[in-house]
Design a protein around this ligand. Structure first.
Ligand SMILES: Cc1ncc(COP(=O)(O)O)c(C=O)c1O
Length: 397
């Protein structure tokens, strides 16, 4: 390392605590070797990216209006894309107009911006237990105090939330949650909206996975339910099109969108204009919903392959969730087996996962782990679960 004259660590400490490192990102670098079967990242299947359609869309945009596509754009986002998002959400019962939508650089940026406009230093942020690690990372930059809220098989225990009237907001992934795969039941959603109204508690609904339902009946988004018009609703093209495009959105009440736009101006002026226009063009020339149906069929097969392999191969004492959609299965290990030491044994057998501790703001989760099933073909999934089961046997022995 090059010697430098300034004590950078001390200088940076003046701005506040260092951000939490993401266990997922560190792991992904470890598992990039092709011989490792990685269940670690939340990655879509790369062979299903609609690359030809996107290439044609980018070409058409540049051929048609390169001056506009390569120029600075509006902070709130390209209007035709906001209209497209509003129209798509409308089909799911989420009534909104283009002016209610802010396009963000992935929904990860939306999490950061929402944290900035709703949470002040030291305020409580209510999260599920376990919760999406990227959200914990984004909100922790605000120096907030996380309060992990317990749930049961119907979702968050709303009765417990009522004890936290002063929290900045509740963050929830109610449909096919990352990491648990669980979905909040309809009656619990209604109860949550009533609680939000009674306490004046803002709800932040992060909804990247609803389109990826493999069986069971759709449950309306919180934002789509009566009384849901105050919900701050986040979505993304990452799981239905491509995460590399970095296109997400927030739908929120007007005072919130105005503040989000100001915060975004300071962050990046606007989201990639070329990518926004290319997605509008892609959706005009292709049937996005047909593409989503293709993804659903492929991912259903992968989920089923993972559930079958777990049932056939996992040692006695293990348990796991059976998600109706999304990308993840949450595994509880046999008594006495912890996921962190297991990871070393698993990587030695060329399989990877994310230990449950990464998803717990206030500690816990040592005996659990998250498995992604969308990034591997079914035969690799079975082989990966076999390697994982062998690693558990080794650690438990
Ligand atoms: C619950 C949740 N929110 C947000 C994100 C971030 O997605 P994006 O690619 O839109 O930034 C993810 C990605 O895995 C996620 O699982």
């Amino acid at each position: 390392m090059l010697h430098t004259g300034l004590d950078w660590n001390a200088l940076m400490a003046r701005s506040g605590p260092a951000p939490r490192a993401s266990a997922i990102r560190d792991l992904l670098s470890l598992t990039e070797r092709p011989d490792v079967i990685s269940f670690a990242g939340g990655l879509p299947a790369p062979e299903l990216f609609p690359a030809d359609g996107l290439r044609a869309a980018f070409d058409a945009v540049l051929a048609g209006d390169a001056g506009g596509a390569l120029q600075y754009g509006p902070t709130q986002g390209h209007r035709p894309l906001r209209e497209l998002v509003a129209e798509r959400l409308g089909r799911r019962g989420i009534a909104c107009a283009a002016d209610d939508v802010v396009i963000t650089t992935g929904s990860q940026q939306a999490l950061d911006l929402v944290g900035r406009v709703l949470a002040g230093r030291g305020m409580e942020v209510l999260v599920e237990s376990p919760s999406y690690v990227g959200a914990l990372q984004a909100f922790s930059a605000r120096d907030v105090t996380f309060v992990a809220c317990a749930g049961d098989d119907r979702g968050l225990r709303v009765d417990l939330l009522r004890r936290r009237p002063d929290a900045a907001f509740l963050y929830t992934v109610p449909t096919f949650q990352n990491p648990s795969g669980g979905t909040m039941a309809l009656d619990r959603r209604r109860e949550l909206l009533a609680c939000s109204r009674d306490l004046g508690l803002p709800l932040v609904e992060d909804d990247p996975y609803s389109d990826l339902r493999y069986d069971g009946e759709p449950v309306p988004a919180l934002r789509a339910l009566p009384g849901g018009e105050d919900v701050v609703h986040l979505g993304t093209f990452s799981k239905v099109l491509s995460p590399g495009l970095r296109l997400g959105w927030v739908v929120a009440p007007r005072p919130v969108t105005e503040r989000l736009v100001l915060a975004k101006q300071g962050a990046d002026l606007h989201t990639d204009e070329l990518a926004q226009r290319a997605v509008v063009r892609f959706c005009r020339d292709n049937d996005l919903e047909a593409h989503v149906r293709t993804l659903r069929a492929a991912y259903r097969e992968r989920r089923d392959a993972m559930l079958a392999a777990l049932a056939d191969l996992m040692p006695r004492g293990s348990a796991w969730t059976r998600p109706e959609g999304g990308m993840f299965v949450w595994v509880t290990l046999p008594d006495g087996v912890e996921a962190l030491p297991l990871l070393a044994a698993a990587v030695a057998r060329r399989v990877a996962f994310v230990p449950g501790t990464a998803f717990h703001a206030g500690g816990g989760g040592a005996g659990s782990l998250r498995l992604n099933f969308t990034n591997c073909p079914p035969y690799r999934i079975r082989e990966g679960v076999a390697r994982l089961a062998a690693a558990i046997d080794r650690v438990a022995a």
